[in-house]
Design a protein around this ligand. Structure first.
Ligand code: 5GP
Ligand code: ZN
Length: 112
């Protein structure tokens, strides 16, 4: 099974990584929707938030524990938004669990 983000994890597709450990990786989004737009993913292939379960939820906790550090390191100040699109109605385009970190400016007060 090799989705685009699994390929990024394996280094088969280049990415601008900002953080990596044994379980998770963070890299800049190729098509940024804010001045700073980072994606944080588990290395393990999980389809989406819908596929989070008892067995893999520790990875999600690890991601959220790291997000403030990643945001700070990337130079985000004054706040940021964390988003995960789930399924067709949310326009999820990559079916490997990821959390968008959006920041670097005052974001819209509308989320959708
Ligand atoms: P989604 O639409 O599934 O919530 O978000 C997928 C995100 O992945 C999009 O913001 C898109 O720009 C980003 N993306 C898709 N392919 C690549 C890639 O090859 N490299 C990087 N860095 N980002 C990608
Ligand atoms: Zn994957």
């Amino acid at each position: 099974m090799s989705c685009i983000f699994c390929k990024i994890v394996k280094g088969e597709i280049p990415s601008k990584k900002v953080y990596e450990n044994n379980n998770i990786v963070a890299f800049y989004d190729v098509n940024p929707q804010a001045p700073i737009h980072i994606l944080v993913i588990p290395k393990e292939h999980i389809e989406s938030v819908d596929a989070i379960n008892e067995d893999n939820c520790a990875l999600v906790a690890e991601i959220f524990k790291k997000i403030p550090e990643i945001a700070e390191h990337a130079g985000i100040r004054g706040g940021y938004r964390v988003v995960s699109n789930v399924g067709e109605n949310a326009c999820q385009s990559v079916h490997h669990l990821h959390f968008h970190i959006l920041g670097g400016e005052k974001l819209s007060d509308k989320m959708a």
